[in-house]
Design a protein around this ligand. Structure first.
Ligand code: 13P
Length: 320
């Protein structure tokens, strides 16, 4: 597990999240007029993973089960990029309310043993925390973060490095201050639960949202503000022992996510964890659009993917 953390956080490197569930990749492809099928998903992801030079910027890639069945992790292993796997089972209504809780603990240990044989090294579990006037509720956080801690426990017992991803979502018209309050609260509860579960924090990665004003608030925060409030929130809620922190992009544009990461790293000061990226949309959006399902666009789309990775890698060093 220590070796995995070292590789994932190697200088200038980060993690590509290519673990869109069947439903999510359907939605992404549909915006381009494409119909997602296992074959088309495979073609697209092969294009990403076969891009020459990505191993200089990626320590790891998070996969979805379908890609592992298609043996796509072999392409990554050949490049010495560590393959990991999303293992949560998506969201369901919490007690019939609008809050969406993460499911997937049933049979998890059996699935993990199978993934271990295939050479996968780390796991990811996402919780989606929605902000509104009444959400998140305490009962929801209690149950959702308990499940996340159980996931981390089962992962470590079976030899995987867990990535816990409590995503405070960008949707809504909330202020930056409210996002900071909720992000701090969520992480405090999560680390309480991880502590009770006896998790080895140095072999755990936190995947977190940047602290931002809601998408519908009409406000855009400057990178300097995002960096200061994000770092302050993390220092208030994340124990120093944690193996590392990676940021999700959460629906920001590729440039916003890249510039905000750059500023966060530049202002990191004495913060105790390695900081890096684990973007899905901010790394893939431009590439997916340029590809648009056509073989003749592959080279162009791969060049774009590499260009974005180079920028994000610079941002990860605060050198943009
Ligand atoms: P985004 O970077 O698109 O937010 O995705 C990260 C992720 O892994 C969501 O689970």
């Amino acid at each position: 597990m220590e070796e995995t953390i070292k590789k994932l956080f190697a200088p200038g490197k980060g993690i590509l999240a290519a673990d869109e569930s069947t439903h999510t990749i359907e939605k992404r492809f549909a915006t381009l007029g494409l119909t997602s099928t296992p074959e088309l998903n495979k073609k697209y992801r092969e294009m990403l993973f076969n891009t020459s030079g990505i191993e200089n910027y990626l320590g790891g890639v998070i996969l979805f089960d379908e890609s592992v069945r298609q043996n796509l992790h072999n392409i990554l292993q050949e490049k010495d990029i560590v393959p990991g796997i999303k293992v949560d089972g998506g969201l369901e209504s919490f007690n019939g309310s609008e809050e969406q809780i993460t499911k997937g603990l049933d049979g998890l240990d059996t699935r993990l043993k199978e993934y271990s044989v295939l050479g996968l090294k780390f796991t990811k579990w996402r919780a989606a925390v929605r902000i509104s006037d009444i959400f998140p509720t305490d009962a929801f956080l209690e149950e959702d973060l308990n499940r996340m801690a159980q996931f981390a426990k089962i992962s470590q017992i079976t030899g995987f490095t867990p990535i816990v991803e409590p995503e405070v979502q960008l949707d809504g018209n909330h202020t930056t201050t409210r996002c900071a309050e909720v992000s701090v609260k969520v992480c405090r509860i999560l680390f309480e639960k991880l502590n009770i579960a006896g998790i080895d924090l140095k072999n755990l990665i936190l995947k977190t949202n940047m602290v931002l004003p809601g998408k519908d608030s009409g406000v855009k925060a400057a990178p300097l503000e995002v960096a200061e409030v994000t770092l302050r929130s993390l220092k208030q809620s994340v124990p120093p022992e944690v193996g590392g922190i990676v940021f999700l992009s959460g629906g920001q544009t590729p440039d916003e996510a890249t510039n905000n990461l750059n500023e966060i790293v530049k202002r990191r000061g004495d913060c105790p964890w390695p900081l890096s990226f684990s973007f899905s949309r901010a790394l893939q959006e431009e590439t997916m659009r340029q590809w648009s399902g056509k073989d003749e666009n592959i080279e162009y789309a791969q060049n774009t993917f590499l260009d974005r990775l180079i920028k994000v890698s610079k941002a990860r060093k605060g050198e943009l």
